[in-house]
Design a protein around this ligand. Structure first.
Ligand SMILES: C[S@@+](CC[C@H](N)C(=O)[O-])C[C@H]1O[C@@H](n2cnc3c(N)ncnc32)[C@H](O)[C@@H]1O
Length: 277
């Protein structure tokens, strides 16, 4: 009998498909970025400066429960840019949340939620802004690139945000993924795919600081939640060697009681766009 392969990309999708996993991810975001979401506050002026129209169609791929998308749409509106959006996500837990939010705020947000994997998604229309905010990690081959090419307008902007492979969380993933037989897709591999497909892109580094989560030599509740999200399982189910290595990673990365983490913003366009820098 063949040994069973434990696939981290499938585990990731399953984890976010149930309410407990979805709630853990949302709490993780609050710990790292606070409210309002500092990642989006940092990103928005960069997007607004690159858009070419004051009325845009957005496609948010792996947009989760749409909280970030709503915040982006509000900030765009405040900068004089009207938007309507389509959000595609494979998680039923997140899509149900988004449906509820749209019912509660009927007049406020023009968002069409689509419960689907991006691999199976197709659209008649193309979009001015396509976003992949921390949603690259399950892509298997380069099919996502062909799909993006179909969805993005010729002068459109693709924005990708992901953990920088040398950063704290990416390294924590390297530790926790030792309990799986496969690895998640990372930003370096996306950079390679984009270049091979002929896209051009500029990059910006984004640094987030948060508490080192260590109290009396142990991880506090926030630290446990971060490890649990990255390991994609309940804290008590994490194998001891993985847990010990994760805690050591927190200790080694701590500077004056805080952690510095790095993400990257990629601003991607088709190559023949003359307005490219
Ligand atoms: C880390 S969450 C990010 C959610 C949101 N973009 C944010 O920044 O809060 C990753 C999201 O991507 C979704 N996702 C992952 N792989 C996907 C795929 N192949 N197709 C559609 N959604 C996917 C997950 O269900 C999840 O909601």
């Amino acid at each position: 009998m063949k040994p069973q392969v434990i696939e981290v990309k499938q585990k990731y999708k399953d984890y976010l498909n149930n309410r407990e996993g979805a709630d853990t991810y949302n709490r993780f975001k609050e710990i790292l970025y606070g409210t309002p979401d500092s990642l989006i506050t940092r990103l928005l002026p960069e997007i607004a400066a690159r858009l070419k129209s004051e009325k845009i169609d957005i496609l948010d791929i792996g947009g989760g429960d749409g909280k970030r998308l709503r915040w982006i749409m509000e900030l765009l509106k405040a900068s004089g840019i009207e938007s309507r959006a389509t959000l595609v996500d494979q998680s039923s837990a997140f899509i149900e949340n988004l449906h509820r939010t749209i019912i509660d705020h009927k007049q406020q947000y023009d968002i069409a939620p689509i419960h689907s994997s991006f691999e199976e998604f197709s659209s008649e229309k193309s979009f001015d802004l396509v976003m992949l905010v921390h949603s690259i990690y399950t892509f298997k081959d380069t099919q996502y690139i062909s799909n993006i090419k179909k969805c993005l307008k010729k002068d459109g902007l693709l924005v990708i945000i992901a953990d920088e492979p040398r950063g704290f969380l990416a390294k924590l993933k390297d530790i926790t993924d030792k309990s799986y037989d496969t690895k998640r897709k990372d930003l370096d591999s996306v950079r390679t795919d984009l270049t091979s497909a002929g896209f051009v892109f500029e990059e910006q580094s984004s640094i987030t600081y948060y508490s080192d989560c260590i109290e009396h030599g142990k991880l506090n509740e926030d630290g446990k939640l971060i490890v649990s999200w990255i390991a994609l399982r309940d804290y008590n189910d994490i194998p001891k060697d993985i847990l010990d290595a994760s805690i050591e990673h927190f200790r080694m990365s701590s500077r004056n009681g805080r952690i510095e983490d790095e993400e990257s913003f990629l601003f991607v366009r088709f190559p023949n766009d003359e307005t490219n820098p």
